[in-house]
Design a protein around this ligand. Structure first.
Ligand SMILES: Nc1ncnc2c1ncn2[C@@H]1O[C@H](COP(=O)(O)OP(=O)(O)OP(=O)(O)O)[C@@H](O)[C@H]1O
Length: 598
């Protein structure tokens, strides 16, 4: 991205703070004039004192001169501190407000993006966060640099240069000639250092990541006694990092010395030139200090040029990733206009093909009808495409070919948000937000009263267990067991009260006791709703009114349990395999034996 393109993109973010920008800029200009006052005063002081000395004036005259000078300097310092405070504070305020807007707008934007955006490999887990974070921090640093460093320093330098030219053309010219040399060296320095800095950032990320993976895999490391190997891996990263760090410092110090040498050469040339004019009678002696001080004002910003150069470069690189995310209009979820008043839940898939964005074809010409107000189980081996169907019905993805109808209306025509208001989803592992149990249940309907929350918990058969906790509904929801958390998720659904519910392996991560306990809540939620359940649990499958069997992305059988079983097709195979894995003979014998002994 070019700098102009970047500024264009920044404009909408800066626009709301126009007044703040103008205020900062005005203060900057005042500050840059005030910065030259010292040079003028010093010239005046030196000239006046030497005149007094030549004229052998009494000391009292010198004192009154000093009083005037000190008052001016103090007055100027006072003005300067107000200006500096204002300029820094408003500049910083601008940076903070803009950083807030950046982060708010990107969060608001990505929330409108389709699921594929989140599941794509370039955005997985920490990567999206890192891209957003580095984008925002480099952009805000650019804004801060511009208003707090770049603009004030360069305004100072320009005013000082004008003052030098107006004092003497040749002195001005010498100062002007030093500037491009400085620019060249700073640019060279920035280019040399940028490689190191980038490497440094990678090292830091790798190091952080390696510590995170160390924590995650600590049980494996310890059980395989691999502590020394892990320490060695870490030592090698550290070694590279240290070398790079030392190299960075060395380069930076070499360039600093070169720049300081050039600056001093500039100062010497200015002193010699001015001394010549003084001796020639063209200037007063005070001009020497005057020119040296003005030259200092010119070289100060240039001394920082490499840092500014670097940060602008960073902003150009990292803001690209940020704006790519912010401007991914094609990622916004599609939505139709149809707003259903009520939904029954008659679902029809007609010749649906679906290919995931990474090219995996998960569904092949799937057609099926799911009746309303009943429970339909999707049965099939792992990877058959069951969850994919639920993803399509929730409009998380769109079919690649074919159509899906709910209550006779094409899913594409539905307003996506309105559609989802009528659908409830329970997954294998439901997300429990950081917060209390009450807050987590209320996520289903934020305006629900306490009574409604309790009622939902009762329906999900979790109320009694919540009451046993010392803080009841105010307890931390994350401290609940997996089975309890699952029931919190079901209670959430009772509050939302949608007519259509998808249960995607709701008990897969639970033990037998928890599954048994949750059964009641599941049975309760199934009542008078259209439910699609995906399960590998034999009891949940035979409980369903209808069954659709999927195999490698194709719907191969459908019907009632008994009818499908009698067909002796794919369902029969899966069902008998499930039953055999349960070792039913032995279970029955054990239970019979128990009855006999009672
Ligand atoms: N986000 C995704 N991106 C790419 N391919 C995917 C994605 N999710 C699933 N798939 C692929 O689509 C196919 C169907 O997966 P799906 O999760 O629908 O199967 P499933 O029947 O629900 O399996 P399981 O019982 O194991 O949950 C699989 O081959 C899977 O690898």
């Amino acid at each position: 991205m070019t700098l102009t393109a970047l500024f264009k993109k920044l404009r909408p973010f800066v626009r709301p703070y126009r007044v703040l920008v103008i205020l900062t800029l005005v203060l900057t200009v005042i500050g840059s004039f005030a910065a030259q006052v010292n040079a003028y005063i010093l010239r005046y002081t030196v000239d006046s004192i030497s005149e007094l000395m030549v004229a052998k004036e009494p000391l009292s005259k010198g004192f009154s001169l000093l009083t005037v000078i000190s008052s001016i300097l103090l007055g100027k310092e006072l003005l300067n501190s107000v200006v500096q405070f204002g300029q820094k504070y408003y500049g910083e305020r601008l940076r903070i407000l803009i950083a807030r807007d950046f982060s708010q707008s990107i969060v608001e934007k990505i929330l409108t993006y389709r699921l594929a955006f989140y599941t794509s490999s370039e955005n997985e887990s920490g990567k999206l966060q890192t891209r957003i974070d580095t984008g925002i921090s480099s952009l805000t640093r650019l804004v801060q640099n511009f208003f707090i460093d770049i603009f004030p320093l360069f305004a100072n330098a320009i005013v000082a240069l004008i003052a030098m030219f107006s004092a003497n053309f040749w002195v001005g010219l010498v100062s002007l000639c030093i500037v491009p040399i400085y620019f060249y060296i700073s640019q060279y320095q920035a280019n040399k250092l940028s490689g190191f800095r980038r490497k440094m950032r990678n090292y830091r990320e790798t190091k952080n990541h390696s510590i995170i993976s160390l924590i995650e895999s600590i049980t494996v490391i310890k059980s395989f006694v691999r502590e020394n190997d892990e320490a060695e891996k870490h030592r090698l990263i550290q070694l590279d990092m240290t070398n790079n760090q030392l190299e960075t410092r060395k380069t930076a110090f070499i360039f600093d010395s070169i720049k300081s040498l050039i600056e001093q050469i500039g100062v010497v040339i200015i002193i010699i030139l001015t001394a010549y004019f003084v001796l020639d009678g063209q200037m007063s002696i005070g001009a020497i200090m005057f020119h040296v001080m003005l030259f200092g004002n010119i070289s100060a910003p240039i001394r920082q040029l490499h840092r500014i150069y670097d940060e602008v470069n960073d902003a150009l690189i990292y803001s690209e990733g940020f704006f790519d995310i912010l401007e991914s209009e094609h990622q916004i979820e599609n939505s139709g206009k149809y707003i259903p008043a009520q939904m029954k839940g008659k679902i029809e898939l007609k010749n649906v093909d679906f290919v995931y964005p990474n090219g995996n074809q998960a569904l092949f010409n799937v057609s099926m009808t799911i009746p309303p107000d009943e429970t339909t189980a999707l049965v099939g081996l792992s990877g058959a495409g069951k969850s994919t169907i639920v993803n399509l019905l929730d409009k998380f993805y769109e079919p690649t070919r074919g159509q899906i109808f709910i209550d006779g209306v094409d899913l594409a025509d539905y307003d996506t948000t309105e559609l989802r208001k009528h659908i409830g989803l329970v997954l294998q592992k439901n997300h429990i937000f950081k917060g209390t149990i009450a807050e987590n249940i209320r996520y289903g309907r934020p305006d629900a009263t306490d009574e409604e929350v309790i009622d939902a918990a009762k329906k999900a058969y979790i109320h009694d267990q919540v009451m046993l906790l010392s803080e009841g509904y105010e307890s931390d929801a994350r401290s609940l067991s997996g089975g309890q958390q699952q029931r919190i998720a079901i209670a959430r659904l009772f509050l939302k009260n949608p007519p259509i519910i998808f249960l995607d392996e709701p008990t897969a991560s639970l033990d037998a006791i928890a599954t048994e306990q949750i059964k009641k809540s599941l049975d309760a939620i199934k009542e008078n709703r259209t439910v699609i359940i995906i399960s590998h649990s034999i009891s949940q499958i035979i409980d369903a009114n209808n069954i659709v069997v999927l195999e490698q992305g194709r719907a191969v059988e459908s019907g009632h349990h008994e009818a499908l079983f009698d067909q002796k097709g794919r369902y029969y195979e899966i069902f008998t395999a499930m039953a055999n894995s349960l070792n039913i003979d032995k279970i029955t014998k054990t239970l019979d034996h128990e009855e006999e002994t009672e």
